[in-house]
Design a protein around this ligand. Structure first.
Ligand code: COA
Ligand code: AMP
Length: 626
């Protein structure tokens, strides 16, 4: 039996023993006696009587064990030309003061704190400061528009918001204060205070009754110790796109998360404790939560926080420059980032300028790693390139090439094997397992391993209906795919209304709600069509109300502006076309999948339930002439 099989079977057959062993690697305040039990909703929970503090594990524990002078965090910002490093001691001290600042304003264990920040060290510090006092953070990606922020503020009901005066994108400064003000104005929930970190690139005027200058308040704050929390207490809420306009608040607990983070650093990434880990992502996404902030620090590594892009900051060599400069051991990003690099540096000339000796492997996630990108990166970087599949809901890889246990042969297009603890099955429409190489719903047999969501924030019904009720005893991932004859997992894309644009998860259902809200529009469909760089891009097809006369270009501009205003530029909604009607089933369901296939030039089967087959030729004609 291979090492991987051995470990996988241990986790499958004796999950409590397996995860108890992993939990023992952490410094609990009170070690859990119960390893797995059901909660009041009948959901399996890990380590329910364990007591710990995630900030303690990430910072203080290392300071107490002789690693205080080791570099914890490297900040590299090509967009501001700033580079800074923090030791574990320095980071602990800063976070303790920040925690004191929050406590001073009455933030307590269980209170929510919304964090809307650019990629600066203070974003990570804010998260850790919340963890330190047992407050629940909810980070909102800086590329989201005020409406998205307002929706999250309304749902999470934060006591305070933490933000900065601006974000910086390639060659542009984006003031945050007007966005925050608008979001709070539009939200029915009003946070008591807003802590604002002033950046020199664009200082903001403060509202004297509500806003607090972060730096001044932090300077006078008293360091706050780590507050013990139960393993099942939430560490954070992270909103993610679902099929409707309302994002889902994925809840992450403290104990299971910490155990899975620690385990994954070894089993998935094969990271040495003294190594440098770089997740080139954003703290607003789950990758940033898990692998910029929590896992590398819990493991005692150095983590890189990069405020830049793979290209244009200043060139397609920036990823390789960072790897050389900080001796990065493991690099993790989305395939789209490497496609952007490949586009600008097809022959890898930039890459050849840098010494990548320290780099052991490159991990990718966020979308399927397409074989041409896999080949290009492997050939040019001459490093193992590893596709691994995961979701906001799990917090760590469901499937990966388990290089920390036993490296496996790479199969292009596959995320390799399920990670220990995840029982992946492919089910058909009625919940029966299908055979090898047959596509179906990629499902996970319960109980899920530590770190996976136990509920949707204040909406347990949505957790049940969105994930658990389709197939009894299973969590349904929302992805379609298959297992091949060797047990390799191939994820083929979402089976719901979620699309992945440049590694960002977005809801076409939400875009449809916005587009459909335009007074000229009777109905619409938004689908994700293939894009060579960003993987997918949204495309809107709209049907006008009878009698409406509007120039189609004007309409497109209005719709593009509307989606940009309500979701944000990151949605990349740039095209909307007027069509006579949308193809539908006899029961009135829009055939979005077929529309997407037509747009992508794929062959498709005309569904037997179609109402009027001629509607498809109209779509073909419209898309063909686009
Ligand atoms: N704050 C504000 N605006 C943001 C933003 C942020 N944090 N992130 C993106 N945007 C804006 C961009 O400025 C751009 O605006 P524009 O339409 O006015 O130009 C728009 O959103 C689209 O951004 P993006 O999709 O990132 O396109 P891009 O052309 O700037 O960059 C890539 C393309 C591929 C280089 C970039 O998307 C990338 O690096 N992706 C990696 C994604 C990733 O890390 N995913 C996390 C999972 S691992
Ligand atoms: P997010 O929750 O933002 O991390 O997005 C999760 C979704 O991204 C998954 O459900 C998949 O659709 C997609 N995804 C992430 N990683 C991969 C991967 N390695 N291969 C294919 N799809 C992926």
């Amino acid at each position: 039996m291979s090492a991987y099989q051995h470990e996988y079977q241990l986790a499958e057959k004796e999950p409590e023993h397996f995860w108890k062993t992993q939990a023992k690697k952490l410094d609990w305040f009170e070690e859990p006696k119960t390893i797995l039990a059901k909660d009041e909703n009948g959901i399996e929970r890990w380590f329910p009587d364990g007591v710990l503090n995630t900030c303690w594990l990430a910072l203080d524990y290392h300071c107490e064990h002789g690693r205080g002078e080791k570099t914890a965090l490297i900040y590299d910002s090509p967009v501001t030309q700033v580079k800074r490093q923090y030791t574990y001691n320095e980071l602990r001290d800063k976070v303790a003061k920040l925690a004191g600042m929050l406590a001073q304003e009455g933030v307590r264990k269980g209170d929510r704190v919304v964090i809307y920040m650019p990629m600066i060290p203070e974003a990570a510090m804010a998260m850790l400061a919340c963890a330190r006092i047992g407050a629940i953070h909810s980070v909102v990606f800086g590329g989201f528009a005020p409406n998205e922020l307002a929706v999250r503020i309304e749902d999470a009901e934060p006591k305070v918001v933490m933000t900065a005066s601006c974000g910086i994108e390639v060659n542009k400064v984006l003031p945050y204060k007007p966005l925050i003000d608008k979001a709070i104005m539009d939200s029915r929930w009003k946070p008591e205070k807003v802590f604002l970190y002033q950046r020199p690139e664009c200082e903001a005027a403060l509202n004297q009754t509500r806003d607090i200058d972060w730096r001044t308040a932090c300077e006078v704050a008293k360091p706050h110790p780590c507050v013990p929390v139960m393993a099942t207490d939430p560490l954070y809420i992270l909103y993610t796109s679902g099929t409707t306009g309302k994002p889902k608040g994925v809840v992450r607990d403290n104990g299971g998360h910490a155990v899975a983070m620690k385990y994954s650093m070894q089993a998935v990434y094969n990271m040495p404790q003294d190594g440098v880990f770089w997740a080139a992502s954003d703290v607003g996404w789950v990758v940033g939560h898990s692998y910029i902030v929590y896992a590398p620090l819990i493991h005692g590594c150095t983590s890189v926080l990069f405020e830049g892009k793979p290209v244009r900051t200043p060139d397609p060599g920036s990823f390789w420059r960072v790897c050389e400069e900080y001796h990065v051991d493991v690099l993790f990003s989305a395939p789209t980032a490497f496609r952007a690099i490949k586009k600008e540096d097809p022959n890898g000339l930039e890459l050849q300028k840098y010494d990548l000796t320290s780099l052991t492997s490159i991990f990718m996630a966020g979308e399927r790693l397409d074989p041409p990108t896999l080949t290009w990166v492997t050939e040019h970087a001459k490093k193992p390139v590893i596709d691994h599949w995961w979701q906001t809901e799990t917090g760590w890889a469901i499937a990966s090439n388990p290089v920390g246990i036993e490296p496996m042969t790479v199969k292009a297009g596959s995320a390799t094997m399920p990670c220990p603890g995840f029982k992946v099955e492919i089910l058909n429409e009625i919940g029966e397992p299908v055979g090898a190489n047959q596509q179906g719903f990629v499902s996970l047999k319960r109980p899920l391993p530590p770190s996976c969501l136990p509920t949707v924030w204040r909406n347990h019904d949505r957790f049940e209906s969105g994930y658990l009720s389709q197939f009894e005893g299973y969590y349904v991932s929302g992805d379609g795919g298959y297992l091949d004859e060797d047990g390799y997992l191939f994820i083929m894309g979402r089976v719901d209304d979620v699309i992945n644009v440049a590694g960002h998860r977005l809801s076409t259902g939400e875009m449809e709600e916005i587009v459909g809200g335009h007074p000229a529009i009777a109905e619409c469909a938004v689908v994700g069509v293939h894009d060579d760089l960003k993987g997918q891009l949204p495309l809107g097809l709209v049907v006008l109300k009878d009698g409406v006369k509007i120039d189609s270009l004007d309409l497109e501009n209005e719709l593009v502006g509307k989606v940009r205003d309500e979701i944000g530029a990151v949605a990349c909604f740039k095209h909307a076309m007027v069509v006579e009607r949308l193809p539908k089933t006899r029961s009135g369901k829009i055939l979005r999948r077929v529309i997407r296939q037509i747009a992508d030039g794929e062959t498709y089967t005309v569904p037997s339930t179609i109402d009027d087959p001629t509607s498809l030729s109209e779509i073909e004609k419209a898309l063909g002439s686009n």
